[in-house]
Write a protein that binds this ligand. Structure first.
Ligand code: NAD
Ligand code: TYD
Length: 354
């Protein structure tokens, strides 16, 4: 059945992949996005004349706007992607993380609750608010520790993960206290088309393409679990449809890798697709570590597999190849996002690392 979904942050990386997927599946999407440096309406240019897609420019912290949108569009569900999402930026300027991730999520919950209370019983039974979160809220693992399960205590270590943890707690409290039909997912590191090249994978692809240093923080042995963005979007759609209200679901790719191995894999694909720069590993450069850098994340995905039957479709090997091909095949998108503000960030973050 076709639904109307209020998506927040739908012009960002994961949000735009989700919007494209859901419009193709027949849902109507109302996309509320503040268009920060990370938001790019060009990601959704293909939907310009699509009657199933409406864009609204604004922030989730604007409760009056939210109230108006709920009244006017009467969504069946909300999926909250809107966030400040980059750990290094949260170290340099944490305030925006509190404004959007904490205060913004609170205002969204508050406006959604008022709307929910005004619905008739059938619409209430259908309504869901799905909060998209991260595995980083669980803290950092040692090399032999068990992967994060949904019952792992929260131990956030960066201003980013602390702000996401706060938002997760607010979602939990709104369900527990007011009976809001919430769902929360905690996913590992995503990669794929439309990711802003401040994050490791697109940064390394584009630096390799341009013969620039590939910056490795610390010893390069920090471990992340990687999931192709399309698989994350499938998981969110499935949880939205079949997840148990009030529950949280971990999502991950069963693909733990040290950063250095991720970078070497990209280099070998680049050697093949862009032989002029080979061997790209010669660009690997060790730089000053991130303060408080979490050593390892690993996600136990048994619950979503067992209860909802989700499985990732891409392996890291297939997903990373598709991703490199996408960045090499979309030079206009790359040129647009790497102008202006992007250059400022690259000099702020890397010139001081030496
Ligand atoms: P992103 O930074 O690419 O996009 C964020 C989007 O939110 C942008 O379009 C931005 O303009 C918008 N936005 C920012 N502040 C806003 C506000 N106040 N109101 C409305 N819109 C606002 O982020 P992403 O990587 O697509 O991540 C999306 C969500 O998924 C985030 O909540 C993030 O915490 C979570 N997540 C990301 C990853 C990952 O690896 N990227 C992994 C797990 C969870
Ligand atoms: P990132 O993509 O920023 O995601 P997160 O910090 O949310 O996991 O970084 C992924 C890993 O790569 C992380 O351990 C930090 C490391 N990293 C580098 O070594 N060099 C870089 O230039 C960047 C951006 C990240």
């Amino acid at each position: 059945m076709s639904r109307t979904i209020l998506v927040t942050g739908g012009a960002g990386f994961i949000g735009s992949n989700f919007v494209l997927q859901r419009v193709a599946a027949g849902d109507r999407i109302l996309n509320l996005d503040k268009l920060t440096y990370a938001g790019n309406p060009g990601n959704l240019a293909a939907l310009k004349d699509n009657p199933g897609y409406v864009f609204v420019h604004g922030g989730i912290e604007d409760e009056a706007l939210l109230t108006r949108l709920f009244a006017q569009h009467k969504p069946d569900a909300v999926v909250n992607f809107a966030a400040e999402s980059h750990v290094d930026r949260s170290i340099v300027s944490p305030e925006e993380f509190i404004t959007t991730n904490v205060v913004g999520t609170f205002r969204l919950l508050h406006a959604a609750l008022a709307y929910y209370r005004g619905l008739d019983a059938a619409a209430q039974a259908r309504f869901r608010i799905h909060h998209v979160s991260t595995d980083e809220v669980y803290g950092s693992l040692g090399p032999d520790d068990a992967a994060f399960t949904e019952s792992k205590a929260y131990e956030p270590n960066s201003p980013y993960s602390a702000s996401k943890a706060s938002s997760d707690h607010l979602v939990r409290a709104y369900q527990h206290t007011y009976g809001m039909p919430t769902l929360t997912t905690n996913c590992s590191n995503n990669y794929g088309p439309y990711q802003f090249p401040e994050k490791l994978i697109p940064l390394v692809i584009l630096n390799a393409l341009n013969g620039r240093p590939l910056p490795i923080y610390g010893d390069g042995m920090n471990v992340r679990d990687w999931l192709y963005v399309g698989d994350h979007c499938d998981a969110i759609a499935l949880v939205l449809e079949k997840g148990v209200v009030g529950e949280t679901y971990n999502i991950g790719g069963d693909s733990e890798m040290a950063n250095l191995d991720v970078v070497r894999t990209i280099c070998s694909i680049m050697d093949e697709l862009h032989p002029a720069g080979a061997p790209h590993t010669q660009l690997i450069t060790y730089v000053k570590d991130r303060p408080g850098h979490d050593r390892r994340y690993a996600v136990d995905t048994a619950r979503i597999k067992r209860e909802l039957g989700w499985r990732p479709r891409e392996s890291f090997a297939s997903g990373i190849r598709r991703t490199v091909e996408w960045y090499l095949g979309n030079p206009a998108w790359v040129a647009e996002v790497t102008s202006g503000e992007y250059r400022k960030w690259i000099s702020t973050n890397y010139e001081t690392r030496g």
